[in-house]
Ligand binder design. Structure first.
Ligand SMILES: NC(=O)c1ccc[n+]([C@@H]2O[C@H](COP(=O)([O-])OP(=O)(O)OC[C@H]3O[C@@H](n4cnc5c(N)ncnc54)[C@H](O)[C@@H]3O)[C@@H](O)[C@H]2O)c1
Length: 323
């Protein structure tokens, strides 16, 4: 099969592309390699993809109609599009909401239009547990999510509902995958797992928002990438939670696992809880298990060990990329 994967130099995109290539598929990847976080880390992921037969990289902006149309003209057709390109920072979205609208909402629309024009009938769209803010945890796909509390969440919801219109009007088959706090090797430097590892290793205080009892349903990168690929199967229009699906883990417990893996104790610098943050995220994942045959396989202690190992192997160049 031939897939378009947007955000291919990103954390989830690069691992998903690797698994697709392992399965013998062709992958055209789009990314603008922006500097929201270390472009060197994005390059690092991309460099390893570019050694793989079956992978082609297109530099471009998903928010630009011209870039998307040029890519579809060059590649002609795809069996499916996996849209992972996004601006993905909750707090950063408050500073530049228009950029979030352009990338996350308009970008998805640009892809849907190009799909309609070229007859591509399958979309997997990455969405987020941030949509559930304000709902009672654990979260189900059927929960009402039309009161997002950040521009990031609002633009992700906008993409979900636009995809529904294209499903209704043009029979595009759509799987929405709502990810829950993804962590793992080559992870995002703007998210706590990698930052905490870095700060603890360097003996610097960890900036922890709130009292550390807020909890997350951490999900290991390989499980997320595998779930994203399973979501390529035809479903009509469906939303799937991809989350750890176990007891959510507090930030303090998560820090303890990092301390064990590093053999070092954290110094904690407590900061006030942020109003766009969530106290707990826990996923009900029965639907992904029943409909996609997906369930997470890597437990948290193992995942943290693998992440710490990757950090230590790459520390010499990575440390300069992490604030
Ligand atoms: N990592 C998580 O915990 C998490 C949780 C929920 C949802 N998500 C969603 O999963 C998807 C992947 O996230 P990630 O963690 O890999 O983030 P990431 O930032 O590592 O990856 C996104 C990639 O998209 C690229 N990109 C951004 N704007 C672009 C544009 N205008 N044109 C082309 N490329 C662009 C970036 O350069 C980056 O490489 C995103 O849609 C994100 O919203 C991630």
């Amino acid at each position: 099969m031939k897939y378009l994967l947007t955000g291919c130099a990103g954390f989830v995109g690069a691992r998903t592309a690797e698994l697709l290539l392992d399965q013998g598929h062709e992958v055209a990847g789009l990314d603008d390699l922006n500097d929201y976080y270390s472009p060197r880390l994005k390059r690092h992921r991309l460099d390893s993809l570019q050694t793989r037969p079956g992978f082609r990289f297109h530099a471009g902006d998903v928010g630009s109609r011209a870039d998307v149309d040029r890519l579809f003209a060059a590649e002609r057709s795809f069996d499916a599009v996996i849209n992972l390109a996004a601006r993905a920072g909750v707090r950063a979205s408050m500073e530049d909401p228009r950029l979030y609208q352009r990338t996350n909402a308009d970008g998805s629309l640009n892809l849907l239009e190009a799909m309609r024009q070229t007859g591509c009938a399958k979309l997997v769209l990455a969405s987020t547990s941030s949509l559930y803010a304000g709902r009672a945890s654990p979260f189900r796909e059927s929960d009402p999510v039309d009161t997002p509390i950040s521009p990031y969440a609002a633009t992700k919801r906008a993409a979900e509902v636009m995809a529904y219109s294209y499903h209704h009007l043009y029979k595009v088959d759509v799987s929405i995958v709502r990810y829950f706090t993804v962590y793992g090797p080559a992870g995002r430097p703007d998210m706590s797992p990698l930052r905490f590892i870095h700060w603890i290793k360097q003996g610097r205080p960890i900036r922890l928002f709130g009292d550390g009892t807020q909890s997350r349903d951490f999900t290991y990168i390989d499980d997320i990438a595998r779930g994203t690929i399973l979501a390529l199967q035809p479903v009509g229009y469906e939303i799937f939670n991809l989350g750890g699906g176990r007891r959510p883990v507090t930030m303090l417990e998560f820090i303890r696992l990092i301390e064990q893996a590093l053999g070092k104790t954290a110094v904690i610098d407590r900061q006030p809880f942020h109003q766009a943050d969530m106290l707990e995220t826990a996923a009900v994942i029965d639907k992904a298990r029943d409909r996609l045959g997906w369930s997470p396989e890597i437990d948290l202690a193992e995942g943290v060990q693998r992440t710490v190992r990757w950090y230590l192997e790459n520390e010499s160049w990575l440390a300069a990329e992490l604030a």
